[in-house]
Design a protein around this ligand. Sequence first.
Ligand code: NAD
Length: 274
Amino acid sequence: SNVPGIELNSGHTIPQLGFGVFQIDPSETAEKVGKALEIGYRHIDTAQMYGNEAEVGEGIRQSGVGRDELFVTTKCNNSNHGRLDSQKALDESLEKLGLDYVDLYLIHWPLPGKDLYVDTWKGFEEALKDGKVRSIGVSNFQTHHLDRLAEETDTVPAVNQIELHPHMQQMALRSYDERHGIATEAWSPIGQGKGVIDEPVIEGIAKKHDKSGAQVTLRWHVQLGNIVFPKSVTESRIQENFDIFDFELSDEEMGSIAELEKAERLGPDPDKFD
Ligand code: NAD
C-alpha cells in the first residue's frame, strides 16, 4: 500500500496511518474493521477499555489478511496496572483477539495517584521477553513520567500515544519524544470531527487541494511525522481518511496550521486523571 512505515526503536515498523476503534460498538466492530482492511488499512488501534477486542479479532479473521501484514495495538486498562496484573491482562487480550502476539502494548494512562506505572512497565518488559508483544509503549505520558521510566527501568518506550491535533499541538512533548527515539502517536487526530476540521484556515487549505478538512488535518500530522488512526463507522469517511497520500501541504500551509495552537484538550489532563 502507499502508507509509509515508521521504524520504531524496537526495530519493528508501524504503518503511519491506522484505524482507531474507540467507541465503535462491539456489534458493528467486526464489520467496520473488515471494511477498513478491505480499503487497505493494515494497522488497528484498540484497547482493553474499548470492550471490542474480540470483535476486532473476528474482523481480522474474516478478512483473510495475513497476520504478518497487520499491526495490532492494544492497551492495558487502568484497572490492570501492576507487574503481574498487566501481564495477565495481556494474556486475556490475546485470547479475545485470537492472536498469539500483539504488535504493540501500551500503558493506557500513567495514573500518577496509583503510582504503579513503573511496576507496570517492568511487567511489560517481561511480556516483551516472552514474545507476547513485539513493541511496548505508553499513552498519555508527560515528560516527567517518561523521565521516571528512564531512571528506573531498562527499556525506552517505542511510542507515546497522546492527544494531539491542531488545537493541542504538544510541541514540548513531541520534541522530548523525538530526542529520546520515541515515536509520537496522535489520538483524536481530527479533534473528534468538530472544531478542528472546520477551522476556516483548514477549510481554505482543503478547498485549494480539493480535499476535506479531515484529510488536510491528517496530512498535516503525516508531514510532521506523527502516527495517526482516525476513527469512523461511515464507509465513505473510512475511505476518505485513507486517501491522504496523493497531495502535499506547502511549508506555508503547515505554518498556518501551526498557528491554530490553543493548548486546548478534549480529554483529561494525564496529571490529574486517576
Ligand atoms: P478522531 O479525531 O479520530 O475523530 C473521530 C470522529 O470524527 C468520528 O467519530 C466522526 O464523528 C468524525 N469523523 C471521522 N472521520 C471524519 C471525516 N472524514 N470527516 C468528518 N468527520 C469525521 O477521534 P477519536 O476517535 O477520539 O480518536 C481516534 C482514535 O484514537 C480512537 O479510535 C482510539 O483508537 C484512539 N484514542 C486513544 C486515546 C488514549 O487515551 N490513548 C483516547 C482517545 C482516542
